[in-house]
Design a binder for this molecule. Structure first.
Ligand SMILES: Cc1ncc(COP(=O)(O)O)c(C=O)c1O
Length: 375
């Protein structure tokens, strides 16, 4: 049976990985500055992660959400202590889209309203409400387009005020650093005013931290650079270091009701073991401090390369903007220099999303390779 051909593929077949490196079937080594799309947080095949997941699968891999699961409680407590989101409650699911879908659904349940406010160039996933709130017509099917969504430009605070005062908006959903869209960010003033307007209009602020969360921005959550209090925070990618797990953190003012949300696989034992190994490693290895140190080093070198016209993003969620389309450059980086990087809907931008364990030697190797392909 052929695979349903929805992905344009690079001709590379990784078969193993170790920290910042992946190896293909012929043993060729690649440096991973893409982290499998911002997913690999603690490095490929981290020994603590391998041990935790292996031990869990050999004892109890799965049971449903109808029983006590102390691993979920342990995971929730660890997220609370590392993120500083005191009092928030955790609902677990399996992916970023699902996290946002549940966030939007909860906002609608609780406010009794149904319109969503989202932003140009935002990406929130492929499920029904999440994809409708994503600014890409090509991935919105007619069934999704039935959702009521209004898109505004980032920083259009007058637009936000006008729309929220109409009284029918259940949620404002936003990325504090846009991922797929190309690393654009609103201003602090904008984000803080959006938060205030949400509180004044019984609208939930949903921080989509699926990509920017878990330390990637240099803080546990990117919204923590600002004075805002999201009602819901969605998380996924870096959470499981490749094991599918997502979730939402829900503000203590929002009361749960049995049956309101649910899932078969979300929060299963294996996912929790993976999630705990990730958080313990972020903590033990002080990876958020490493993000800040390496980010500064990376940016200082990027600034010396004349072809790089703009450096965007924060922490290890960075974009290098050129004044030409970078598709060919990224191909040369893969096939000639054996380096994975990411693309964006901004075709002139290379995305840098490495494991949070990256060291200066890897940054040096990347820039040597970049200079070579820019010759
Ligand atoms: C900001 C953001 N939200 C949501 C998603 C969707 O996550 P998933 O692909 O796990 O459904 C993504 C994926 O790239 C993302 O970058």
């Amino acid at each position: 049976m052929p695979l349903f051909d929805v992905y344009p593929l690079y001709n590379v077949t990784p078969v193993s990985g170790k920290d910042m490196l992946v190896y293909d079937e012929k043993g060729v080594e690649y440096l991973d500055l893409y982290g499998g799309h911002a997913v690999i947080s603690i490095g490929h095949s981290h020994p603590n992660y391998v041990k935790a997941v292996s031990e869990q699968v050999s004892t109890l891999g799965f049971y449903s959400n109808a029983i006590q699961n102390p691993l979920q409680v342990e995971l929730a407590n660890k997220i609370e202590s590392l993120s500083g989101c005191t009092g928030y409650e955790l609902f677990l699911c399996n992916s970023g889209a699902e996290a946002n879908e549940n966030a939007l659904k909860l906002a609608s349940f609780k406010t009794g309203k149904s319109r969503i406010l989202a932003f140009n160039n935002g990406f929130h996933g492929r499920t029904s409400a999440a994809v409708a709130a994503t600014d890409n017509k090509n991935i919105v099917a007619p069934i999704n387009a039935q959702q009521q969504v209004t898109f505004l430009a980032l920083n259009d605070i007058e637009g936000v005020k006008r729309e929220l005062e109409k009284g029918d908006v259940c949620a404002v959903i936003l990325e504090f650093i846009q991922g797929v869209g190309g690393l654009d960010q609103g201003t602090a003033e904008f984000f803080e005013q959006v938060d205030t307007l949400c509180k004044a209009n019984n609208t939930y602020l949903i921080a989509d931290e699926v990509q920017s969360g878990y330390g990637r921005s240099g803080k546990f959550f990117a919204f923590q650079y600002y004075n805002v209090t999201p009602e819901i925070i969605s998380i996924a990618k870096g959470m499981g270091n490749g094991f599918p797990i997502g979730g939402i953190l829900i503000h203590p003012s929002i009361e749960a009701k049995h049956g309101m949300l649910g899932t078969t696989f979300g929060g299963n034992h294996l996912a929790c073991a993976a999630g705990l190994a990730v958080l313990n490693t972020i903590d033990d290895e002080q990876l958020i401090a490493n993000v800040n140190e390496i980010s500064e080093y990376f940016i200082s070198i990027a600034k010396t390369i004349p072809q790089i016209k703009n450096i965007k993003g924060k922490g290890l969620m960075l974009g290098l903007e050129f004044d030409f389309e970078v598709g060919e450059l990224r191909k040369k980086l893969i096939y000639e220099q054996h380096m994975f990087t990411g693309g964006a809907s901004n075709k002139k931008l290379i995305r840098i999303l490495p494991p949070l364990t990256i060291k200066k030697v890897h940054v040096d190797a990347f820039f040597e390779a970049l200079k070579e392909v820019l010759k």
